[in-house]
Design a protein around this ligand. Structure first.
Ligand code: GAP
Length: 461
């Protein structure tokens, strides 16, 4: 994909996301704030679907993983133990003329707005943690941090969870929650943000079983990505060579996705040895050892950590779903869709449609219900009955405004898999039409058969 096309695609996507209420710039009425984003009515549903699907796969459908929801601000010693106070830094440089600031490895290609090339300072280390103070006094003794990852909350509660969860190693603790990093250079839309959500699993294992569990989790996680609609061909693994691994890690694989701006990380899966628990044992003075009933041995468990970003997955799903195409108008019905050529008007008998081809599991709205005409009370009443039944089971959308074709297009743009129309025939034989987003084909179905018909697609595993 060329840069121009990539640019166009991201711009078109960002425009749709704003127009249809997926993603807004945070604090837009004040000019925005760089690196922060708000999710609108559809974006919040998309993110919930991602998190629910992850939670189901990682916690609810398994016997060996339990959940946790730890606080965002924790004791500052946690971040000393984890290494974030000392080591969580990026080298950065400033331009003396325009005062711009960049990561030393990501210098801009553009000229200085003050004229000529940028005049860079020496690279300096910059800690990515957001600092705050706990309580009314602002001094060194009250400094605390917004967590830069959810993982440390899990390690810090390892012993408490172990005591109550009736689990034996190997077992895992999973957590979903906000994380904050004062990124020097937020970029690529929501991809690198300063506030984001993580879904992290710490899977505690016996020392010596690291390689097999690491391999297991890489395979599991790749399957999960496919289950929410990212095709195998757009997913890649980046296997860290030995020299790129942290000194305590024995393996790390990143799950990568082909974004329009390049192939980039969605998730890191690391075999971290017992580094984190050992450090908390050292810094807190509390034992993190586990007693193995079978072997009668004590050890500090090792861990495999699949760590994913909700916002990056949401962005990948949006990129994957976005399609523009030319489809036949009513007069040319029966003709196949044609590929869109950017910037060109559609040929005669065709019109442009933007369609978000979300997998049903990810789609924010699963089904829309329309009465054919809004000024026919008998149609509206019948359609409302269908809508009320379906909404109890799936997120549903009610729309009475405009021509039926326009209503279909509006649902295509937000990726609703099915649209149901109640028309005059419904009043005679209690059937409705059900229209498929991808094929645009319509089928007549008895109202009584609708839940089973929809469930076959919407509830498929
Ligand atoms: N506990 C390990 C850890 O936090 P990481 O690779 O730094 O590892 C894990 O982060 C995931 O969190 C990334 O793969 C990415 O999906 C997400 N993430 C990290 N920084 C992010 C940022 N600035 N904006 C959005 N997502 C981010």
């Amino acid at each position: 994909m060329t840069t121009d096309k990539a640019q166009l695609t991201m711009e078109a996507l960002a425009s749709l996301c704003k127009r249809r209420g997926f993603i807004f710039q945070s604090s837009e009425i004040y000019g925005g704030i760089n690196g922060f984003w708000d999710y609108g009515p559809l974006g919040v549903e998309l993110k919930r679907n991602i998190k629910e699907s992850w939670w189901r796969a990682m916690v609810q459908n398994r016997d060996d993983i339990v959940g946790l929801d730890s606080s965002i601000i924790m004791h500052p010693r946690i971040w000393e133990a984890s290494g974030h106070v000392k080591g969580f830094t990026d080298p950065m440089v400033d331009c003396r003329k325009c005062k711009g600031r960049w990561r030393a490895d990501q210098l801009p290609e553009t000229k200085c707005p003050q004229g000529g090339p940028h005049e860079y300072t020496e690279a300096r280390l910059f800690n990515l943690m957001f600092e705050t103070n706990v309580g009314p006094v602002k001094d060194a003794s009250t400094v605390a941090y917004l967590r830069p990852e959810t993982a440390q909350g899990i390690f810090a509660q390892f012993k408490n969870v172990l005591e109550v969860a009736r689990q034996k190693v190997p077992f895992g603790i999973a957590q979903i929650g906000k994380a904050f990093r004062n990124e020097i250079n937020p970029r690529n839309y929501t991809f690198r943000s300063r506030e984001f959500e993580q879904m992290e699993l710490e899977f505690f294992i016996k020392p010596g079983t690291d390689a097999e569990w690491h391999e297991y989790w890489v395979a599991e996680r790749l399957k999960w990505y496919q289950s929410i609609g990212l095709p195998e061909g757009h997913l890649h693994r980046y296997v860290y060579p030995k020299e790129e691994l942290a000194h305590y890690a024995s393996a790390c694989v990143d799950v990568m996705y082909d974004f329009p701006f390049g192939t980039q990380e969605l998730e890191g899966i690391a075999a971290r040895g017992n580094f984190d628990l050992s450090r908390h044992q050292e810094f807190s003075g509390k034992s993190m050892e586990y007693f193995d009933e079978e072997t009668k041995q004590k050890f500090v468990p090792h861990v495999v950590e699949p760590s994913a970003g909700v916002d990056r997955i949401a962005l990948a799903l949006l990129c994957e779903a976005y399609h523009e195409e030319w489809v036949p108008t009513a007069e040319a019905a029966g003709q196949p869709p044609q590929p869109t050529e950017p910037g060109q008007p559609p040929p005669q008998g065709y019109e442009a449609r933007t369609v978000m081809r979300f997998a049903p599991r990810a789609a924010p709205v699963k089904v829309a219900v329309f009465p054919l005409m809004k000024n026919k009370p008998e149609l509206v009443e019948k359609a409302r009955g269908v809508f009320d039944t379906l909404r109890r089971r799936w997120p549903a959308f009610w729309d009475v405004a405009g021509a039926i074709g326009r209503r279909y297009r509006r649902q295509d743009e937000i990726g609703t898999p099915f649209c149901i129309t109640v028309d005059f025939q419904t009043l005679e034989d209690t059937t409705v039409t059900i229209r498929d987003r991808d094929t645009m084909k319509q089928e007549r179905v008895a109202i009584a058969d609708l839940p089973a018909k929809l469930a076959a697609t919407l509830d498929a595993a």
